[in-house]
Design a protein around this ligand. Structure first.
Ligand code: NAD
Length: 309
């Protein structure tokens, strides 16, 4: 399969690497000039669970991408998606299939500005990845993916996509209701990413706080009320259970969420597609979301202070 990875940061590099090792025709697309140059000059350096490998994959800046791709896998941060789609418009035609695995609410609506529903596939992934610098990525652990067609796209392509992902070891399976999974993950991230960033702690430290439950329950309740009123029937108990599981250091409790890392690198965070999305929808539906409102504003204030310092 001819695959372009649009947004070849931590996750895009992982996906590009795994597809390439499985023999697929992969191109990385990223706007980060140093990253692109180093990958083309010296290959992508991958620390694959402790073993260093050099993977030769072509990388291009968005305005240098050309040709037809069977699949464009989009893996920017949610707030970068719109600009990315605009910049890769020249390589999108009516036969191009787009898969989005980025976190956050609203990504599918953004894709619909550029392609028809029939071309869109969306999923959530439990794979993780970390960038160590330009051209270098560290992969630990394993993961899985659940994905679904958003419109009436080709069943044949969808099956080929699942097969190609599984040949590359992604543990991909068909989701019956990917929106529920996307929104549940957004609710979980709205708790853990946001509180850990505001409190400057890792997930396990947040879970160990005496008042963690008082802090997280009303927030989860707001997300659930907004989701249900929007027709997306997320499961409150499943979200609380998933949060409780990640508090364990063996399950990711010693991890600092990506929002924390973005803030400390003075980058914009995905808050507008997590707590911000729940609070905007709450406003439209006349549902009070004071926790999501306040947390969104606090993260914006922290982003502002980080940039000013
Ligand atoms: P990242 O910041 O490492 O990578 C994003 C990449 O997109 C960057 O390299 C950036 O240069 C590139 N980019 C952004 N805008 C662009 C544009 N207009 N043109 C070209 N390139 C552009 O982010 P990530 O950690 O890989 O996360 C991607 C998504 O996956 C996010 O939604 C994140 O929440 C989600 N996610 C991440 C992990 C993880 O472990 N890192 C796990 C699960 C889900």
């Amino acid at each position: 399969m001819k695959i372009a990875i649009a947004g070849a940061g931590a996750m895009g590099s992982r996906f590009g690497y795994m597809f390439k090792v499985a023999g697929q025709d992969v191109t990385l697309i990223d706007k980060w000039q140093d990253h692109v140059s180093i990958i083309n000059r010296s290959g992508l350096t991958v620390n694959d669970n402790g073993v260093t490998k050099i993977c030769r994959i072509p990388a291009v800046l968005p305005d240098r991408a050309d040709g037809h791709y069977d699949l464009i896998l989009v893996l920017t941060k949610a707030m970068q998606l719109d600009v990315m789609m605009k910049s890769i418009r020249p390589i999108i035609d009516e036969r191009t299939n787009i898969l989005i695995l980025s976190n956050g609410i609203g990504n599918i609506e953004t894709l619909e500005k550029y392609v028809s529903k029939e071309q869109i596939y969306a999923g959530v992934t439990l794979w993780t990845s970390e960038l160590d610098g330009p051209g270098k990525v560290t992969l630990t652990g394993s993961g899985s993916i659940e994905l679904q067609k958003i419109g009436e796209g080709s069943d044949q392509f969808f099956q080929a996509l699942i097969d190609t992902m599984n040949q590359a070891g992604f543990n991909a399976k068909v989701s019956r209701n990917v929106l529920v999974s996307i929104w549940q993950k957004a609710a979980l991230n709205s708790v853990l990413n946001t509180y850990c960033t505001i409190l400057s702690c890792n997930i396990g430290q947040f879970g160990g706080l005496e008042n963690a439950v008082e802090l997280l329950q009303p927030l989860v309740n707001e997300c659930v009320t907004v989701a249900h009123s929007s027709g997306v029937m997320i499961d409150r108990d499943a979200i609380l259970k998933a949060i409780g599981t990640i508090f364990d250091p063996k399950m990711g409790g010693d991890h600092y969420p990506s929002m924390y890392q973005d803030l400390h690198s003075k980058r914009r965070t995905e808050v507008d597609f997590l707590n911000g999305a729940f609070s905007r929808m709450g406003d439209r539906l006349h549902i009070a979301t004071p926790y999501n409102h306040l947390l969104t504003d606090l993260i914006h204030a922290k982003e502002h202070l980080a940039r000013a310092n």
